[in-house]
Design a protein around this ligand. Structure first.
Ligand code: 5GP
Ligand code: ZN
Length: 114
């Protein structure tokens, strides 16, 4: 998707602080972090929202969580705990329409979320 900011990061056209990647997944630090650790884990395939997933994407989405698990270990937050969030569409606060899993850690998280 030529007008998608996260596709541009995948292509290397926009710089990002990349913390992890494999054939299917890329993860980089959020530009506007909401916690001491705030990483975005994205599929290299452009999928706009959770609503746009199909059954063939099920394994790919599982890989986002496996990547998050690995990043949490590598960043030393796995045992203390972390939060993963995926916003879908406007009311949830989604602003970038390329599916992404937020990985947040390093502070106590509130529940219910805002
Ligand atoms: P959303 O609100 O869609 O769930 O999350 C989008 C996230 O992407 C926000 O936390 C925002 O700070 C982050 N973001 C937006 N543009 C960029 C960018 O160009 N680079 C990085 N690293 N993060 C971005
Ligand atoms: Zn995209």
């Amino acid at each position: 998707m030529s007008d998608c900011i996260f596709c541009k990061i995948i292509a290397g056209d926009i710089p990002a602080d990349i913390v992890y990647q494999n054939d299917d997944v890329l993860a980089f630090r959020d530009l506007n972090p909401q916690a001491p650790l705030h990483v975005l884990v994205i599929p290299k395939k452009h999928i706009a929202t959770i609503n746009d997933m199909t059954a063939t994407d099920a394994e790919l989405v599982g890989k986002l969580y496996l990547a998050a698990q690995q990043i949490a270990r590598q960043e030393g937050v796995a045992d203390d705990g972390y939060r993963t969030v995926m916003n879908c569409n406007e009311l949830a606060g989604q602003t970038v329409f390329h599916m992404h899993l937020h990985l947040l850690a390093g502070r106590a998280m509130n529940w219910p979320p805002g």
